[in-house]
Design a protein around this ligand. Structure first.
Ligand code: AMP
Ligand code: DBH
Length: 539
């Protein structure tokens, strides 16, 4: 940890150890133990490839040795942008072993985001596929490398082009002189964010492994489980709730799904006898419709986790009858706190709440705008502190002053209420973010891109309701005086060409003459949303 990245005060760390939450494990040690205990069990299924725990352990060792030989060392940051393939796990465990920190980019990220992650994290390496979903990551990497002085290595899964093939980086295993300690950082996860630039989330081996162990217990993941990784593997939900890492911790089998569409996912569920998976609400709708059409055997599925965005009660009610399995709602965040409905909760709780925290030591406060605690049942801002919730973002003192209370509670930006059992119901959001079916879009980040357009005077991004995604983004744009009229598509193209993830390109663009302003002259998103609802924004 560095000085600008706050961590748990000593008395909290001592309590979390005393209570047995932090057990002094590391990811490198965990894989070594599993490989010793059951070397021939299958750990990862990727298409026709089946890696045993021994294979994964050996591949991580050889890659760790190769990375060390190239000068990648403990504490170094490595931006990782791989799709759902076995190599994702090779790289992650190799880095865990040497104590270098993966920075978990998503496959959808483009040049602007990647360049930012590399520069901000001062990354020494960037790991990519050659071409994924028609996009050549090698070209992007060449541009980012040219503009990022710290970036010494671009490692490519597949044809490396001008870069280095990951396959050529392996070396005979070596003893690692200075392996990471359980309290050390394991990786940097990305925040969905609500500000102009994404923030990096520092997670330790001890805290993250605790969240895996807790999740496994709550979701009944054991050595006989088969977890389908349907969402992008780097995302915190499929990584840890209980996710691929939870499954590997349990000695279970991880099946990698290249695409989450029902045809691809259902074929894998049938073939591999998948017992548990996690998806976002729009996928849950698509899967429910497809499952009702029948024709595939989904009988192995015991638990379907749905989270990342609010799952509607009506859709939730359809899960058990259609899939003949238990729905678990999950409300989590990469910053830490994860809530689950329990497997033995009454159906009414399962379909109407977003679950309760993993840990008895997760502290939950629900407060008003002045940080005053509200009575149970009242709706307010969710603040939280606990054994796997960060105390601050990586190197972001100004953000931290706003995002955390003086005594270390994380301001989630979510608006919730609790019921007597402690289950939380997500009622809304105070942060300036659009949740596009689980994909988070920071309004300010996209607004800044649109403001760079020479014809744009001002812009406000707001969420508009959508039956499938829950929310979509709408950019309300005021053009400069005298600027020639633009079509919405010109704004969309402009944003896309600035090199950002496709899901950040506004779904709708509306040109208006004025915005509703607040008393202090800021755009009132609240009024803008109300205007949209009334169908008369700015006109
Ligand atoms: P991120 O910061 O990208 O990790 O996203 C975490 C945020 O996603 C939370 O703070 C919530 O706003 C939202 N979220 C996650 N799961 C749910 C859920 N089940 N219901 C409603 N919102 C959710
Ligand atoms: O949305 C999320 O970030 C999320 C959802 C469910 C998450 O991080 C998690 C579970 O761990």
């Amino acid at each position: 940890m560095n000085a600008a990245t706050p961590t748990w005060p000593a008395e909290f760390a001592a309590r979390y150890r005393d209570r047995g939450w932090w057990r002094g494990e590391t990811f490198g040690g965990m894989l070594r133990e599993r490989a010793a205990a059951h070397p021939d069990r299958i750990a990862i299924v990727d298409g026709d490839r089946r890696l045993t725990y021994r294979d994964l352990d050996e591949r991580a060792d050889r890659l760790a040795a190769g990375l060390l030989a190239r000068g990648i060392a403990k504490g170094d940051r490595v931006v990782l942008q791989l799709p759902n393939t076995a190599e994702f796990f090779d790289v992650v465990f190799a880095l865990f072993r040497i104590g270098a920190l993966p920075v978990f980019a998503l496959p959808a990220h483009r040049e602007t985001e990647i360049a930012y992650f590399c520069a901000f994290a001062e990354a020494v390496a960037y790991v990519i596929p050659d071409v994924h979903e028609g996009f050549d990551h090698r070209e992007l990497a060449a541009k980012v490398r040219a503009s990022t002085p710290t970036l010494r290595h671009v490692l490519v899964v597949g044809d490396p082009g001008e870069h280095t093939a990951l396959a050529d980086v392996t070396a005979p295993p070596v003893e690692i002189a200075d392996p990471p300690a359980p309290g050390d950082l394991a990786f940097l996860q990305l925040s969905g964010g609500s500000t102009g630039v994404p923030k990096l989330i520092p997670r330790t081996h001890d805290d993250y492994i605790y969240s895996l162990r807790g999740s496994n217990e709550i979701c009944a993941v054991d050595a006989d489980s088969v977890y389908l990784c349907a969402l992008p593997a780097a995302h915190n939900f499929p990584l840890s709730s209980p996710g691929t890492l939870g499954a590997l911790y349990a000695g279970a089998r991880v099946v990698l799904c290249p695409r989450p569409s029902p045809d691809v996912a259902f074929a894998l569920i049938e073939r591999e006898r998948v017992t548990i998976t996690g998806i976002v609400p729009p996928l849950a709708l698509a899967w429910t419709e497809a499952a009702q059409r029948g024709g595939v055997d989904l009988s192995s599925l015991r638990v379907l986790l749905v989270g990342g965005a609010k799952f509607s009660e009506e859709a939730a009610r359809r899960i058990r009858p259609v899939f003949d399995c238990t729905l678990q709602q999950v409300f989590g965040m990469a910053e830490g706190l994860v809530n689950y409905t329990r497997l033995d909760d009454p159906e009414e709780i399962v379909v109407t709440t977003q679950g309760r925290p993993i840990s008895p030591d997760d502290e939950i406060r629900i407060v008003d705008d002045a940080d005053v605690d509200l009575p149970v049942g009242a709706t307010g801002h969710l603040l939280t502190r606990g054994p796997y919730t960060i105390r601050g973002y990586w190197n972001a003192p100004e953000h931290n002053a706003k995002s955390f209370t003086a005594d270390g509670f994380y301001r989630t930006g979510d608006v919730v209420r609790a019921i007597a059992s402690g289950h939380l119901v997500v009622e809304g959001r105070a942060k300036d973010q659009i949740n596009r079916g689980g994909e988070k879009v920071a309004a300010e980040e996209v607004e800044n891109h649109i403001l760079a357009h020479p014809s744009v005077h001002d812009v406000a991004i707001v969420a508009v309701p959508d039956p499938y995604l829950g929310e979509r983004t709408c950019a309300y744009v005021i053009l400069r005086e005298g600027a020639a009229p633009l079509k919405p598509v010109a704004i969309r193209r402009f944003v896309r060409e600035r090199g950002v993830a496709g899901y950040k390109v506004p779904d709708h663009v509306e040109f208006v003459d004025t915005f509703p302003y607040t008393g202090v002259g800021k755009v009132s998103k609240k009024d803008l949303r109300a205007a949209i609802a009334a169908g008369l924004a700015g006109r």
